[in-house]
Design a protein around this ligand. Sequence first.
Ligand SMILES: Nc1ncnc2c1ncn2[C@@H]1O[C@H](COP(=O)(O)OP(=O)(O)OP(=O)(O)O)[C@@H](O)[C@H]1O
Ligand SMILES: [Mg+2]
Length: 598
Amino acid sequence: MQSVEHVHLLERLSVHERSFQQQSNELSSLAAEQLGRVITVSGSQVTVQFTSVSPDGDIDVTVGSLVGVRNSESLAIGTLSDIALERIQTDDSGTSAVGRIDLLGEIVSEKSGARHFQNGIRAYPKIGNAIVRIRDEDLNIIYGFSHPHSVKIGVLQQNAAVAATVNVDEMVRKHFAIVGSTGSGKSTGTALVLRKAMEVRPDLRVLLIDAHNEYSECFEDRAVLLGPDSLKLPFWLFNFDEIVQIIFGTRGRADVETALLAELIPLAKTEYAGTRQTLRSSNSKITGQSDAGRFTVDTPAPYLFENVIALAENRMGKLENGDLAISYQRLLMRINAARKNPRYGFIFDDGAEPSDTMIDVLCEVLRVKDDERPMAIVQLAAFPSETMEVIVSALFRMAFEFGLWSNALSPLLIVCEEAHNYANADRSIGFGPAREGLSRIAKEGRKYGVFLGLVTQRPHLLDPTLVSQCSTVFAMRLGHEDDQKIVRAAVSDAAGRLLAFLPSLGTREALVIGAGVPTVTRLRFDELPPDFIPRSHAVWGRDLDAVEKIDDQLIGSIVGRWRGAASASKPLVTSPPLAEPKPEAGEMMLWTAPSYRE
Ligand SMILES: Nc1ncnc2c1ncn2[C@@H]1O[C@H](COP(=O)(O)OP(=O)(O)OP(=O)(O)O)[C@@H](O)[C@H]1O
Ligand SMILES: [Mg+2]
């Protein structure tokens, strides 16, 4: 029979044995993980010597791999930026590899035993520290769901078993950009990110400027589509620069005529306010003040062009024939030509009884009241090309002003495809007010709950001040050196060296840098189901059979639409053939028309 002491002794021995076994297992697993050791340390870079080169020269980490540097206080995390075989004499195989690691952050243990990842390095590696492979559990600590509004948008390129997440609040609140060459997956990535963002932030409102009409199917019934038939932007909502652009275009502008228009518009607004009971009541409802004399040329208050014309005629009648009378005549001709242009129907066609529709327009475009459909997609390609910049300018302005005057009522994200079209790096290109609108949102928007998501395939053509305002950058495949430079300028040195991968990224792959991600993340976006992939319906949405029906009549209808005799937004194949286009008082006839009156 065993004595009690004997039993206790055996138990104690077995505990020691188990803990020894455990320790030796851990040690052997550490040894198995260990890839090499640190040989130099310089700032955020360390040089390492790899020891686990197999006899045939293979090593299973390569450039881009995440590796760890274990020291007594933490596990420093870095990316291997280069690796080369070095022929030196070692005990066994005689070969070794050296590589450089850019350190990004470290996993530290708290007193409670919990471990978390933090950006930047506090405990620098020392010579001789072990280089280890990063385990899945460490990857999950680094890239996991760090915030209630973190969403999974893909998987790590390094390990498809680990989710790649983005913190929607951080991403939206500090603006973001998605850049990449054509076909790299920007639009699909944008659709994916926006779907996830709207899921996790139901209060977010999104205004998507869809430059190529690609997104109509991407958000199911969560979005409204706005084209020339559905988006009514009455002329009085445009500010003076915008209305001048519509009436005079870029070429026909003359200082005297624009000055005359600037005098007449406030008078017409006052006149309208004075005569329309409807406006008086709705305005006093809104402001509680009387209207007369309150209008500037930029105030978004209704007026009638009939009144502008009558005022101009009245003044003209009092003039001797002279330069000023000719200027009035020219102004009236311009106004008349713009109003009669059928392509501008969505601006000038205000129905039988014009009214103050500003509240309706704001609700339609900014979706403030609609929880079911929090997104508006402006199908820009359906609008006449010469009005696109003006529309975008007005929308940027409306969004900003609404945020300002409502004191950030609800967070509003403006996503702009082909952003370089509205804020080109070359300041002489494009419509100034659109650029100003975009820059104003980039600089001050976050104070008023108005945020930007910029999408472009040519970041070097985008105003660099805008790129630098975007705190999260999704950099997809970028071949052009100038484009890479722009992204590099926006990130730290360590992250910058990772950008060497940009030309070789695959479709759907992105390097995500900045506030929205825990650390630089090389990810592969989740696959979006084919039905939700952005695509141009002008090209892909058409029935192939329709191609056979192309005949002179169809081409005639295209020409008719081109000339503006029908709505540009109608689907190409289903629209009925048009009658012979009637001559309209357009630009060509402007200076020969005998009268500006119908
Ligand atoms: N996340 C994804 N899921 C599924 N397919 C994708 C994904 N990303 C890209 N693709 C595929 O790649 C194609 C090109 O992607 P996308 O249109 O988004 O590229 P892009 O960068 O916007 O190109 P462009 O500059 O020409 O607009 C898509 O039509 C789709 O077939
Ligand atoms: Mg695209």
